[in-house]
Design a protein around this ligand. Structure first.
Ligand code: B12
Length: 313
């Protein structure tokens, strides 16, 4: 285990102030850093990861006294259950800032109908800062996009409305992908869609979820040929690749790309596939030893397990 982070670095990487880190350490024994010869604190990667988990747990309303003594695996399970709770309860309860997610979605739809791009972005930015990541993705953006699709099909929204929403949601997700803070030493996950698959929000959400699970996620954009995905894997040393597959559900060329990808990245990189079309490629995915993961909550669990497994080696 590498011990190399000063308190300043720990503060930058965990998003906690040095004062809070010292307080959690002294009062609650949250972590026990080593000391240098000159008595300065030095934190390990594992310490940083635990501090990030503790930050998330306290942000979700847990008291530090209750959670500081938990082990990393226990904190991961707690966070998964909290995330799950907020994602499923969110539709009925008032949010932290007094607005239920139902109301947020209704406000978004009203601004979409009025083609009010600025208002839509404003509502979503506020939701991004008030709500947990899981709630934002699972309980707001996912159902919002479903409703936009339904209304577009039903004729009450035009292609222009749909494209406006798409542009706003894309820029929001894009900014979340690059601003999530995780330790430099975290394992790397690449998120993209294979060539021929253009719907990209699933891959972007997978990247954001991976960051929340303590991975360093790089989003490579959609529609990427196998050679380019493999090139990025080799350059970055990624341990996992997450692919989103939405449409078309039955393209033989996509199957060829998937097989090529496995050959190019070798057997050790974990391949994760999600999205509404993933099961339609089930036979090929099984052959190339890819894991179909059904949703973002399951992805969180899955990545936690992969991370722990590798950590023990
Ligand atoms: C936005 C959108 C577009 C945008 C995409 C923009 C972009 N940059 O991504 C645009 C306008 C470009 C578009 C184009 C098209 N679209 Co479109 N689109 C949608 C819409 C409205 C929302 C999709 C979306 O982003 N949802 C939000 C995301 C987050 O949801 P999701 O993809 O389902 O992902 C969730 C899970 O599946 C999972 N997941 C997804 N990926 C992954 C990956 C991993 C690793 C994990 C763990 C989980 C996971 O997690 C997510 C959160 O729960 C849907 C409507 C709908 N009901 O979904 C149609 C929809 C997907 N589109 C559809 C179609 C048909 C098309 C077009 C063919 C339309 C046309 N005639 O041109 C083109 C095809 C483009 C192409 N060449 O592929 C159909 C697909 C039908 C089908 N057979 O499945 C849908 C369902 C609309 C419909 N009801 O007919 N589309």
């Amino acid at each position: 285990m590498e011990l190399r982070h000063t308190i300043k670095a720990a503060s930058i990487r965990t998003g906690l102030s040095p004062h809070l880190i010292r307080m959690w350490e002294k009062r609650y024994c949250a972590v026990t850093p080593r000391r240098t010869a000159s008595n300065r604190r030095i934190y390990s990667d594992e310490d940083l990861y635990k501090l990030i988990l503790l930050r998330r747990a306290t942000e979700a309303g847990e008291s530090i006294g209750q959670v500081a003594g938990l082990k990393v695996e226990e904190l991961e399970s707690l966070l998964q259950s909290l995330d799950f709770r907020s994602a499923t309860d969110g539709l009925d309860v008032a949010g932290t800032q007094g607005k239920s997610v139902e109301k947020i979605i209704a406000d978004c739809l009203a601004s979409i109908e009025e083609l009010d791009e600025k208002r839509l972005l404003d509502i979503l930015l506020r939701a991004a800062s008030d709500k947990s990541r899981t709630e934002l993705l699972n309980a707001i953006l996912d159902p919002l996009m479903q409703q936009v699709g339904d209304r577009w099909q039903g004729g009450s929204l035009s292609v222009a409305h749909e494209h406006m929403v798409t542009a706003v949601v894309r820029s929001l997700l894009g900014s979340l992908v690059v601003t999530e803070r995780v330790p430099q030493s975290a394992p790397i996950l690449l998120a993209t869609t294979p060539e021929g698959q253009n719907h990209e929000f699933g891959a972007m959400m997978a990247a954001i979820t991976a960051s929340a699970a303590g991975w360093r996620a790089l989003y490579l954009g959609p529609n990427l040929p196998a050679e380019d995905i493999a090139g990025a894997v080799h350059q970055s040393g990624a341990r996992a690749v997450a692919l989103s597959m939405v449409y078309p559900p039955d393209d033989a060329a996509v199957g060829v790309e998937l097989k090529k990808l496995r050959v190019l990245i070798g057997p050790d990189v974990v391949l994760i596939v999600g999205g509404r079309a993933s099961h339609r490629y089930g036979a090929i995915l099984e052959k190339i030893d890819a894991h179909i993961v059904n949703g973002l909550t399951d992805l969180m669990h899955f990545l936690g397990r992969v991370r722990n497994r590798a950590g023990r080696h």
